[in-house]
Write a protein that binds this ligand. Structure first.
Ligand code: ATP
Length: 612
């Protein structure tokens, strides 16, 4: 398939704000690639037909969002703006200075690349047609370049694509290399498109009306939307595998049954199940389970959520963002090797740092240094050792436990754990099964809550022992109680330099809540206080490389930095597109453990507004 055909799809996606329309455009694109191992070679690369790379559907599913690797894959493209600038200049003969000027004017290096190709003085002698497989393969290979000369090889590879591209193709090749697609495709849109392309056509199609459809279907001109059931099937498969190409291929080749059979696999992390917030202990007790005897209470720790995969001596540790942090936690790996008796398993828990002198937990901000650390790891692990509090077991010895009730999962956890205090132990817990009355239960919960706070932990979790695991979902079968009004995790899409003493620093930050449908961030307020000078310096250092556009002292930045913010209340306000404004927001901390898409949503802000 020629890359130009995909460029056409990008343009149509960019031209519409309607999510249903975007879904249909993608569903059409996917459905056309219905044949497994399609033989439509576009660029002579179809002979490399081993593995999923040969499957055009996988390639397209990957390219539409411009994410060349899954979050848990260790690879990164290693492509910076300056490298891209040099590549575009090399391919077109247009000077870096001119391209940079154009980039500043439009705020997008992709646009600048399109302009440079348009104005190129160079004609390539041996131009090869640009196919989607070639773009996919060339960009993925960038991650493999290592050592001396690797930067030059990356520049050459990107330049080779740009020199065979027309202006439009250059725009999207560059955006893909940089990881900024700007076509507004969130995970939800890809999910819905897969459901619409491959699942709904084969069923009675509850929301598809009377339209007779055969699989695959062309949906471009119709007003079809995917059925809830089909969407749920795709969603579940994705939450468990975090691999859209795999999910798409399975939906196409094996339908719903195949999707349902996709399970947890070692060293491929599943999304974390998340908690709902209770308005207090009583609210939590009343809503978490139909019956108090099925309620389990646990300490809520303030550390980093980790998922531990074990296969014999091989141990890997993933964060909630699905990133592999095994190298950062040698102490956790050692503790797992020593205190986990199963041959293979997947465990869920919270890693907390503690002060070796007092044995009390350190604040998360302090502990988070360990997650980012790339040098002197052993020293830092001694300074801030980690203890892991385990609270779930998702698989053991090849058996998935996702569909088992929590009480069984915990029994399996107890079986495989030889606990060691301040290394690896179960989260402090108490079942309410022995309570004779609601008052007893309440007293027990209040006492465990007080214990947790006394010990320096964050609060209390309440869980339904009869509930199955729901990866990636925020569920009422797991509730949290914390003492304060819930802070929000928001993303900075725009920033302004402060005035006066702090005028070198980006101290006025626009705060964006996530809109998952549009994969965009909608402003809900402006932050100007709560940080120390050091924090402000760090925020500035983190934001300046993300700049995409500049208007005087106001910068548009890639929405990557997630901040936790407190505030007095939420007001309705016409000032921002979201319709809400936070009153007196205050900075709490940077949330490196969250991906931008994990930020609080506009919908959540609306709920909090309704609750106050
Ligand atoms: P918060 O800021 O409250 O941690 P969050 O949005 O990061 O909120 P929530 O799902 O709301 O995440 O809260 C659950 C988080 O609390 C989990 O992701 C986990 O990291 C942490 N946690 C601490 N102790 C426990 C426990 N005993 N059981 C489950 N999760 C726990």
């Amino acid at each position: 398939m020629e890359y130009a055909a995909l460029v056409d799809v990008y343009r149509r996606l960019e031209a519409t704000a309607s999510n249903n329309e975007k879904t249909r455009i993608l569903a059409d694109l996917f459905a056309e690639r219905a044949e497994p191992r399609s033989s439509d070679a576009d660029d002579g690369s179809a002979d490399i037909s081993t593995g999923s790379d040969a499957d055009l559907l996988s390639v397209l599913v990957t390219l539409v969002r411009g994410k060349l690797f899954a979050a848990w894959e260790p690879d990164e493209l290693g492509v910076s703006s300056s490298l891209t600038l040099r590549a575009v200049s090399k391919a077109t003969g247009v000077s870096e200075g001119e391209i940079e000027e154009r980039w500043e004017a439009t705020g997008d290096l992709g646009d600048a690349a399109a302009w440079a190709v348009e104005n190129s003085q160079q004609r390539t002698l041996f131009s090869e047609p640009l196919g989607v497989r070639r773009v996919h393969r060339t960009l993925r290979e960038l991650a493999e370049y290592e050592g001396a000369g690797s930067q030059d090889r990356r520049i050459d590879a990107v330049a080779s694509l740009v020199s065979d591209a027309d202006p439009e193709a250059a725009r999207y090749v560059v955006r893909t290399a940089l990881g900024h697609m700007r076509v507004g495709i969130g995970e939800g849109t890809v999910r819905d498109a897969i459901a619409l392309a491959f699942l709904d056509g084969a069923t009675d199609g509850d929301t598809l009306g009377t339209e007779e459809v055969t699989e695959p279907r062309s949906v471009g001109q119709s007003d079809a939307t995917a059925s809830d059931e089909a969407v749920a099937a795709v969603e579940r498969a994705h939450q468990v595998t975090n691999d859209f190409p795999l999910v798409a291929r399975t939906a196409r080749d094996e339908g719903r049954e195949g999707l349902a059979a996709l399970g947890i696999e070692l060293f491929r992390p599943v999304k974390s199940m998340l908690a709902e917030k209770a308005e207090g202990i009583e609210d939590g007790l009343d809503s978490v389970a139909p019956d108090l005897s099925s309620v389990l209470l646990e300490h809520k720790y303030d550390g980093a959520r980790i998922q531990i995969h074990v296969d014999g001596d091989e141990v890997r540790v993933f964060t909630r963002r699905l990133e592999d942090v095994t190298a950062q936690f040698p102490d956790v790996v050692a503790a797992v090797r020593e205190h986990v008796t199963a041959d293979s398993c997947v465990l869920d828990g919270e890693a907390v740092g503690y002060d070796p002198d007092t044995e009390r937990p350190v604040v998360f901000q302090e502990f988070s240094r360990r997650i980012k650390r790339e040098y002197d790891i052993a020293e830092l692990a001694e300074e801030i050792p980690a203890v892991v509090y385990l609270f779930d077991c998702l698989a053991v010895d090849g058996e998935s436990l996702l569909d088992a009730p929590l009480r069984d999962r915990l029994a399996r956890l107890d079986d495989l754990l030889d606990p060691e205090p301040l290394a690896l132990e179960r989260a402090t817990h108490r079942s309410l099964a022995d309570c004779e009355s609601r008052d007893d239960a309440l007293a027990a919960a209040e006492s465990l809550y007080a214990d947790a706070l006394d010990a320096g932990h964050e609060g209390l979790m309440l869980k339904n022992l009869d509930a199955v695991s729901q990866p990636g979902r925020r569920v009422g079968a797991m509730m949290k109680v914390k003492p304060t009004m819930e802070p929000l995790d928001l993303v900075v899409p725009r920033a302004q330099y402060s005035e006066g003493r702090r005028s070198e620093w980006l101290g006025r930050l626009f705060l964006g809540a996530y809109d998952p449908d549009a994969d965009a961030f909608v402003v809900v307020g402006r932050l100007a206080t709560g940080y120390t000078d050091e924090e402000l310096q760090e925020i500035t250092d983190r934001l300046e490389p993300l700049v995409t556009d500049r208007d005087g002292r106001i910068l548009d930045v890639d929405p990557e930095l997630v901040l936790e913010v407190e505030y007095e209340e939420i007001q309705q306000s016409p000032e921002y597109e979201s319709g809400y404004a936070l009153r007196f927001p205050r900075f709490v901390r940077i949330r490196d453990d969250l991906a931008p898409e994990d930020a609080d949503t506009v919908e959540r802000v609306g709920e909090l507004f309704d609750q106050q």
